[in-house]
Design a protein around this ligand. Structure first.
Ligand code: 5AD
Length: 461
């Protein structure tokens, strides 16, 4: 009764939560398996940001319910955003669920599973669904354990939970609650520990990551709490790269823009979720900027860091989005020329402001707009990748590529995937790779042992 499989839907924050839960379960004597067929317990860590994500998890849970019918000792649970969003109502569709755990209660899962297991093995009272959904003070500090026995060249570090914005389309404030920040020292200690076990790159995570510490940690010498945190992490010896996600465009103040130049470990990559290029729609979305302000943020980043990589999120088909609104989004999208983008079709989320708006956009219109933006994205991604042909790019080697014998994979500072012939000694190293082939999503190249490679790896700063 102690083999657990955790399936994760959705964002990097969810991946990180699953990892921390798995780690806590291991410490409690459970083993984490990577094939659900071998599991006695399956936990679904869910996403609510679009209906499709919820439907996927519900479909999967239905399949697990059928398994439980045949094998009554089998245990299954739903945790994370969908659990928080629907709570007990999930039982209407899934009456046999053993566990429903919200986003502030992940750390309680080992206790809950112990209870369920002792019940099932006849040591406790008759089985009943455990539902644990409340707010819990300091729960943001519970997402800290990693898996020390597996080398992770690149690791996620959760620095905060929740989001205080009030975007009309978004369910996250409901599922993740109010912003709660971890103390800088604790985050730095976690990064140090990771680095001592071989990690060379960290990605700081939060639902609105560059709002870290606002209202709680004072500005210092004109620097926001987030930039103070970046500076503190930058000091960690042997850490080579810092990234962060998911930020808000208005959080790219002067201090953060300057940080790209002042902190060499901070990779030249900025995610700027614009959502729409129409001021009318931005207002209806309750986004606190105009298209003009957004473009000024882009300019300030490009002025400061000319070769920066930019990515974005866009929602097409927000209620009331006319052809003219959409054209404005398209123009902005083409004008900026993002290297990466996530383009979403608006999905009604009950309980959000936009759910009650009239003038929902037909599915086919959303689909057409989505496809058109994807075609534009392909072109701009390819253009940037092709511009790298013949150049030497610094790659952090993550491990063997999935395909191809002797092929290894890593990322450039701009987060582009590179595949090259390698060996296991290269894992965790910064390598210069000469780019020989470029597609929309992948670069291929050959490592070159240059002076800068040797220096980058030998320096301990
Ligand atoms: N419908 C479609 N996309 C959404 N997102 C958030 N809520 C919705 C919704 N209701 C997108 C936004 C956000 C990303 C994480 O998901 O673009 O930035």
């Amino acid at each position: 009764m102690n083999r657990v499989y955790v399936k994760t839907y959705g964002c990097q924050m969810n991946e990180r939560d699953s990892e921390a839960v798995s780690s806590k379960l291991r410490a409690r004597g459970y083993s984490i398996v990577d094939d659900e067929k071998n599991a006695d317990v399956v936990l679904l860590n869910t996403c609510s940001v679009r209906d499709q994500a919820e439907q996927k998890a519900i479909g999967k849970a239905g399949y697990l319910a059928a398994r439980k019918k045949k094998t009554p000792n089998f245990v299954f649970g739903v945790m994370g955003c969908m659990a928080q969003n629907h709570g007990e109502d999930l039982l209407d569709r899934l009456p046999d669920l053993d566990l429903i755990v919200g986003t502030q209660k992940f750390h309680r899962i080992p206790d809950h599973l112990d209870n369920i297991v002792s019940t099932i093995t006849g040591l406790g009272p008759s089985p009943q669904t455990i539902i644990d959904l409340g707010d819990e003070e300091d729960s943001q500090n519970e997402i800290r354990e990693h898996t020390p026995d597996q080398l992770k060249v690149s690791a996620f570090v959760s620095i905060m939970q929740g989001c205080n914005m009030n975007c009309a389309f978004c369910i996250v404030p409901k599922t993740r609650g109010e912003e709660r920040y971890r103390p800088i020292e604790q985050i730095v200690a976690e990064v140090e520990e990771l680095v001592s076990s071989g990690t060379r790159e960290v990605t700081l995570l939060g639902q609105i990551v560059n709002a870290y510490g606002r209202g709680q940690i004072p500005f210092f010498k004109g620097k926001s709490p987030f930039v103070q945190l970046l500076e503190a992490i930058h000091e960690v010896k042997s850490l080579k790269r810092i990234r962060f996600t998911s930020p808000h465009p208005v959080g790219y103040g002067k201090d953060l823009v300057n940080a790209y130049r002042e902190l060499p470990k901070l990779c030249e990559y900025a995610h700027l979720p614009v959502q729409s290029g129409s001021n009318r729609i931005l207002k209806a979305m309750n986004r606190p900027y105009t298209k003009e302000k957004f473009l000024r943020i882009v300019d300030s980043l490009r002025e400061s860091v000319p070769d920066i990589y930019l990515s974005t999120d866009i929602i097409v088909g927000f209620p009331g989005e006319t052809e003219t609104d959409y054209e404005q989004t398209k123009d902005l999208f083409e004008e900026v020329g993002f290297e990466m983008a996530f383009i979403f079709k608006y999905s009604i989320r009950t309980g959000t402001k936009a759910a009650d708006l009239a003038d929902q956009i037909p599915r086919e219109t959303k689909e057409t707009r989505n496809q058109e933006l994807l075609r534009i994205l392909e072109k701009s991604s390819l253009r940037r990748n092709e511009s790298l042909l013949g150049s030497s790019q610094q790659v952090l080697v993550e491990g063997p590529a999935r395909k191809g014998k002797g092929q290894y994979i890593g990322r450039t500072r701009g987060f582009r995937k590179v595949i090259f012939p390698g060996n296991k000694r290269m894992v965790g190293q910064l390598l210069d790779v000469k780019i020989e082939e470029a597609t929309v999503t992948i670069l291929h190249g050959l490592p070159t042992l240059t002076k800068s490679t040797l220096e980058a790896n030998s320096s301990t700063v």
